[in-house]
Design a protein around this ligand. Structure first.
Ligand code: 6PG
Length: 241
């Protein structure tokens, strides 16, 4: 049986960011109403930045219970927060500095210690079940920092690992599939023509070996938010079926 997943196709990258931000706001509201807390993990890379900047704008920002919100990351490069390669550093600049979130509700991955120790520390800090995890998709099919051919793809027990690879090719900390697939909802944000081929592979090949194809929330929702360019090679049936 094919896993339950929703595919939402937006006209432009701007519309994709707006849709992602509205999912953030809706899930925050529902999580706080249901459990009094909203625990969300951000993805890195460039795609989510437009959405992050929207979350820092007054119009949306005021709709979120920031004092009930906890921010985590799906992966992080082991670089200083000031580096332009820091997922935390970029999110801090794009919106976290502008919202009324308690500083101890922001949980950056410990990128400034020995990677294995950083992974162990984050394993102790991150909750078992997150309300929402945002993910991106690399052209090689990676997601978070789970790269093709790496042993991290096979991890069944640990929830955070130290790996090396990607672009930039540095040490990184990453959530593993056991943690990702426990989330209440996982949302991929994918934009651009350059991703159309890998999007088709991941969404249309049922037994794809691409890392992103292993994102199958056990009890949660899986939502793909694509812009038209990223969705341009999908079959009609998959895109709108
Ligand atoms: C990372 C990201 C990574 C990213 C994809 C897509 O830290 O590198 O988490 O998984 O989401 O590589 O990146 P772009 O959005 O920049 O294409």
């Amino acid at each position: 049986m094919r896993e339950k997943r929703d595919i939402i196709i937006m006209e432009t990258p701007e519309a994709l960011a707006e849709r992602g931000a509205s999912v953030f706001v809706e899930r925050a509201r529902a999580s706080v109403a249901a459990r009094g807390i909203f625990m969300v993990a951000l993805s890195g890379g460039s795609t989510p930045r437009r959405m992050h900047r929207l979350l820092g704008r007054e119009s949306l920002c005021s709709e979120i219970f920031w004092r009930r919100t906890h921010i985590f990351w799906g992966d992080e490069r082991c670089v200083p927060a000031e580096s332009r390669d820091s997922n935390y550093g970029l999110a801090r600049k794009d919106f976290l500095m502008n919202v009324d979130i308690p500083v101890d509700h922001i949980h950056p991955m410990p990128a400034d210690v020995e990677p294995e120790r950083g992974a162990s520390l984050y394993e102790d800090e991150i909750p078992e079940i997150l309300d929402l995890i945002f993910l991106g998709l690399g052209k090689d099919g990676h997601t978070a920092s789970l790269f093709p051919g790496q042993s991290a793809l096979e991890e069944k027990r640990k929830r955070v690992l130290a790996v090396k690879g990607g672009d930039p090719d540095v040490y990184r900390l990453t959530m593993t599939f056991p943690l990702i697939n426990r989330a209440r909802e996982v949302v991929f944000l994918v934009s651009g023509e350059e991703k159309a081929g890998i999007v088709k592979t991941v969404l249309e090949e049922p037994d794809t070996k691409q890392p992103a194809g292993s994102v199958k929330p056990v009890n949660g929702r899986l939502t793909w938010i694509l812009d038209k360019d990223a969705a341009s090679r999908l079959s009609e049936e998959v895109a709108y079926g």
